[in-house]
Design a protein around this ligand. Sequence first.
Ligand code: ZN
Ligand code: ZN
Length: 298
Amino acid sequence: MHLVSTGVILKNITNTTPIILKSYNPTNPNSDIDTYQSCTIIAVGLPCFRIFAHQNNRLIFLENCNPMPEFVHLHNHTHYSLLDAACTPDQLIQAAKEDGQKAIALTDHGVMFGCFEFYKKAKNAGIKPILGCEVYIANGSRFDKGAGKAATKKRNYFHLVLLAKNDIGYKNLMKLTTLGHTEGFYYRPRIDTDLLEQYHEGLIALSACLAGVINAPLLAGDYETARKNAIWYKNLFGDDFYIELQNHGLEGDEIVMTQAPRLAEELDIKLIVSNDCHYIKKNMPSRIMCSSISRTQD
Ligand SMILES: [Zn+2]
Ligand SMILES: [Zn+2]
């Protein structure tokens, strides 16, 4: 049992080296390892969540190889995230299968176009499909097409990952994504907090990427708004709301990784670690990705 890395989460979907603490004993966390004494366990994994800790304001991971608990990628995009992801459901499922994972989630941007294909193919491959969506939350009412300039200067929507945990959740997700298109569409299919209040049953919410409802204010240096948002989501989703941590080597990741765990601890919200997968391997970005971020492939 030893520290394996500092501040690094998964680089890509195929790099899933086991990094779980072997036999963490919550009543005596210092019993097995010296280096443990100066770190605080901030998230102990359920079957699909890895264990990680916070030490000197940096995230660290603790290793376990035997047995390898099941790890599930809960934040994945396919080419159904239009103009914003390169891999197909087939590639995603194949990568999870090759890595020995037993389940995988689909969380395309604002749409559920891929759900049917993904569900069928994952089932055929013997992998449990988790249906979800990374929705856009209007900064204000979904009917207000100019909303949001005051809070974050330029955003009129934030990201939020929703996962269906049962049939009701799946139906609610369909309802939400439909209303996002028919009522809230403004650059993106946006829903709002009123709709979430109405249709949140059966759904798990994760706080998403740097454009998320909590991370965006954190990045803007507005801890209070991040805190207020976290309280709102926790009140609505209860234990089904998780603060999501990612490390893609982006400028804002470091800020989030130091501040979000503090927020989670203050409000007693569980943390999960995810990788915002848009393609399978690092060398695989396509023209689609380049065009969506206005870059050339070279
Ligand atoms: Zn996002
Ligand atoms: Zn995403």
